[in-house]
Design a protein around this ligand. Structure first.
Ligand SMILES: C[S@@+](CC[C@H](N)C(=O)[O-])C[C@H]1O[C@@H](n2cnc3c(N)ncnc32)[C@H](O)[C@@H]1O
Length: 370
């Protein structure tokens, strides 16, 4: 399994499509598979250490620049986000992801830590400069509350970093939105209609490529004001654009038409490549537009993505072709702050499930001049 597909929806909740008489999954259900909470908690346990390099790089940039407002796009389960540090420093934090519940679980996973003497300490209770009830709707502190936690505290025996009573308050700002400015969602939402009545894979790809071009102009904004963010984080997110919503389309087409034969696959390859490339490039363009829109004039964007990959079973390192194209797309939109970024290129090895990835870390600034 490639790194980029890490949090891809796994469970296909099939429903009956009256248009075709076959079973397909609507886009919104595809992003909300049943049993997702257990899946995300498991990801948090298994994958956290794999994101250490990205977490360290983001923490370094945070300490160097001390941004007052931060937006993490594709924040997921916060494996690579030094969230506690952001809150300790009093930053305004926006966390964006299109998977329901994943960000809430990420926040809940890091609420409790152990103090120097081994007592539980709540991230929000111990900070005098914030109103803890803004962050936890169950916060209840009295004169007799123990030092680092409030009266509501209930330890989770199975998960040391969790408090069972924690309920997210109004802060941080959590947005369940598409970080491609609505492009990926518009494609996903249009797939079922385009697949209605298809009788061949060739026809399915033709319609999907048409849809991928047709929704190019459709844009929706994140609920974050223009030029308001000092540090935008997009960590291991654009790598995901190779997987979704392409995988959604191919799974639904397979549900209707059956898997293509090996021979058919060879014939379909040019169409598959065209669709995949069109989706990746337009998602990157939408993502860059939103980053450029929300970035403050002196702000920075930390971007991490996979550029080489070696599969679990070893073999040759492979170029992740579309991500090299992404560097050129970024260059058209941003300046590179090479000196401001630690561990810039190449030697960051990300390992998960036995596979390995080389990840680029780039720090972007708004383009200077005309
Ligand atoms: C591999 S994870 C990145 C790691 C993540 N920051 C973490 O620590 O869990 C990629 C995340 O980006 C999200 N994502 C991918 N495409 C997205 C899109 N178009 N809009 C919003 N979120 C997206 C996924 O749901 C996933 O949570």
């Amino acid at each position: 399994m490639r790194l980029a597909g890490l949090y891809g929806p796994r469970v296909d909740a099939l429903i009956f499509s009256s248009a075709t008489g076959r079973m397909i999954t609507p886009w919104k259900d595809y992003l909300s598979p049943p049993g997702r909470a257990a899946l995300y908690r498991d990801c948090n346990r298994r994958c956290r250490s794999a994101f250490e390099n990205q977490r360290a790089a983001i923490a370094h940039i945070f300490e160097a620049r001390r941004p007052a407002a931060i937006a993490c796009l594709g924040a997921g389960i916060l494996n690579d986000i030094p969230y506690a540090r952001f809150i300790e420093a009093g930053a305004t934090v926006h966390l964006v992801d299109w998977l329901p519940d994943i960000v809430d679980l990420g926040i809940a996973s890091g609420v409790i830590r152990k103090s120097g003497v081994g007592a539980p300490e709540c991230l929000y209770c111990r900070l005098g400069h914030i109103d803890a009830e803004d962050y936890c709707c169950n916060y209840r502190r009295t004169e007799t509350s123990p030092a680092g936690v409030c009266d509501a505290f209930r330890p989770d025996p199975d998960a040391p970093g969790w408090c069972r009573a924690f309920g997210r308050g109004d802060l941080p700002h959590v947005h369940r939105q598409d970080v491609t400015g609505g492009y990926a969602e518009a494609f996903g939402a249009g797939v079922a209609d385009k697949l209605a009545g298809v009788t061949s894979w060739r026809q399915a790809f033709k319609r999907a490529i048409g849809l991928a071009n047709q929704v190019k102009g459709q844009r929706s904004r994140l609920a974050i004001p223009d030029r308001s963010i000092d540090l935008v984080v997009s960590s291991m997110v654009i790598s995901q654009f190779e997987h979704e919503p392409y995988d959604y389309f191919s799974k639904q087409a397979a549900a209707l038409l059956g898997a293509p034969t090996a021979q058919e696959e060879v014939r379909l390859r040019p169409a598959m490549e065209t669709l995949r490339k069109t989706l990746v490039q337009n998602q990157i363009a939408g993502h860059c537009d939103e980053i450029a829109r929300i970035l403050a004039p002196d702000g920075r964007c930390f971007l991490a993505f996979e550029v080489f990959h070696r599969a679990e079973d070893g073999g040759a390192w492979r170029l992740v072709e579309e991500m090299h194209g992404a560097v050129a797309a970024l260059d058209r939109r941003f300046d590179f702050d090479i000196d401001g970024c630690p561990d810039l290129v190449g030697d960051t090895c990300f390992r998960t499930n036995g596979g390995r990835s080389v990840v680029y870390h780039l720090l972007l600034a708004a383009k200077a001049g005309p």
